[in-house]
Design a protein around this ligand. Structure first.
Ligand code: URA
Length: 201
């Protein structure tokens, strides 16, 4: 496996690994710089993303663009992907077997890009790195996991639905440049499997 980001995108567009392919207009592989230092991982495509085949192009995407501008970044500077690459019917939450079916694509994207920091947007991408965690408790707190700084944030759509979260999301975004500057100060934390076991103790 492996290959280039273009190759992965082509595989995603042809993917039939789960039932979501039946309802899609377009798969949404993700897009951005192959050498991005910052990678954002959202949940899954919504209506507009499915129409255009591009991530975060609806209302949440416009807010994400504003947040990026706050820290002097543009979409072209980062890579934006999702946990699942096809829109669930009616924008329902992704199911575990859909996340599993898509897992390999995301892993290969991360392996190629090798970002310094992965910003998880919302609960589903947070759960990849922080299983069993509550986003209200850990948002805005970075941990290095297997050499990559993982930084959980609320999903931008959450701030659109709940205006009190807007400031929280902006404040968490504003911390990213400093995290990048201090990246070598972070020691590696327990990998997710170990973290799950510890949280069960
Ligand atoms: N929400 C997401 O999680 N991803 C998108 O691409 C768009 C909205």
């Amino acid at each position: 496996m492996g290959g280039s980001l273009e190759r992965i995108a082509a595989e995603v567009r042809a993917c039939r690994s789960c039932e979501l392919h039946y309802g899609r207009s377009n798969a949404v592989p993700g897009e951005g710089a192959a050498d991005a230092r910052v990678m954002f991982i959202g949940e899954g495509p919504g209506f507009h993303e499915d129409q255009q085949g591009r991530p975060f192009v609806g209302a949440a995407g416009r807010f994400l663009d504003e947040l990026l501008a706050m820290i002097d970044l543009q979409r072209e500077d980062v890579f934006i992907a999702n946990v699942i690459k096809c829109r669930p019917p009616g924008n329902r939450d992704p199911r575990q077997k859909e996340i599993e079916a898509c897992r390999e694509y995301l892993e290969r994207q991360i392996a190629i890009i090798q970002p310094s920091i992965i910003v998880t947007l919302g609960r589903y991408s947070m759960a990849r790195y922080f299983p069993n965690a509550k986003i209200s408790q850990i948002h805005g707190q970075a941990r290095k996991i297997e050499g990559i700084l993982c930084y959980p944030m609320y999903h931008p759509a959450a701030a659109l639905h709940q205006p009190s979260l807007r400031r929280v999301v902006e404040d968490d975004m504003a911390k990213i440049p400093d995290l990048i500057a201090r990246i070598d100060d972070f020691a590696d934390a327990a990998p997710p499997e170990q973290a799950t076991q510890l949280s069960l103790l």
